[in-house]
Design a protein around this ligand. Structure first.
Ligand SMILES: O=C(O)c1ccccc1NCC(=O)[C@H](O)[C@H](O)COP(=O)(O)O
Length: 200
């Protein structure tokens, strides 16, 4: 049986990477507004967000950004989905929902504080965007469909899915030729590896 796994490619900053993701039918692309080698400004992200909006959901990624800034970035770029790595209470999620945003709560593996009312959980390694795997057997899978992240690449994603049964996967470092630079061929290889996974 073929399994349809949600795929998000994170940390995009150029037309070619976005076009590759859209062409491959990737479900979501991430634009990082947190302090990072992959950080993009709202002005530079806005045209990429518009470019992605053809069946591939653009996602703004935040860590260390006040809620007011997240709202301002969403308004400036047209983003309707945000992934936030440091949400600590349900009121923050409610404020984002009140602005009409779809919210992904990113947590570190082992955190059992739940979704706080967010629409989806993403479970990552200790340092977001570091390209480091974590022990996939070490954590109890959250309820519902959740997204696995942390050190995934074309060679390990099938094993990661088999170990966790995650609903979706998120990749950044594993599809880069050098830190912060996406490689279209690796994105294609990653998507093919995910789509080759079958449930028996
Ligand atoms: O990518 C970053 O540099 C980053 C910085 C701060 C907060 C979040 C960040 N990325 C979020 C992601 O969704 C990454 O895809 C996820 O952490 C997995 O990254 P990687 O282990 O490099 O595949």
């Amino acid at each position: 049986m073929v399994v349809v796994t949600f795929i998000k490619v994170c940390g995009l900053r150029d037309d070619m990477s976005v076009d590759t993701a859209v062409r491959l039918g990737v479900d979501a692309v991430g634009f990082v507004f947190a302090a990072s080698v992959r950080q993009i400004s709202p002005d530079d992200a806005a045209p990429l967000v518009a470019r992605a909006a053809t069946g591939t959901v653009p996602v703004g990624v935040f860590k260390g950004n006040p809620i007011e800034e997240i709202l301002a970035v969403a308004a400036r770029t047209g983003l309707r989905t945000v992934q936030v790595h440091d949400l600590v209470d349900a009121q923050q999620v409610a404020r984002l929902h009140a602005a009409g945003l779809h919210v992904v709560r990113a947590i570190v593996a082992g955190d059992t504080s739940g979704d706080l009312g967010a629409d989806r959980l993403l479970v990552d390694g200790a340092v977001a965007g570091a390209g480091r795997t974590w022990d996939w057997s070490s954590t109890t899978a959250p309820d519902g469909g959740w997204i696995l992240a942390g050190g995934l690449d074309p060679d390990n994603v099938a094993d990661a899915l088999a170990a966790t049964g995650a609903w979706g996967v998120d990749v950044s470092s594993g599809v880069e030729s050098e830190r912060g630079v996406k490689d279209p061929a690796l994105i294609e290889k990653f998507v093919a590896a995910v789509r080759a996974v079958r449930a028996d």
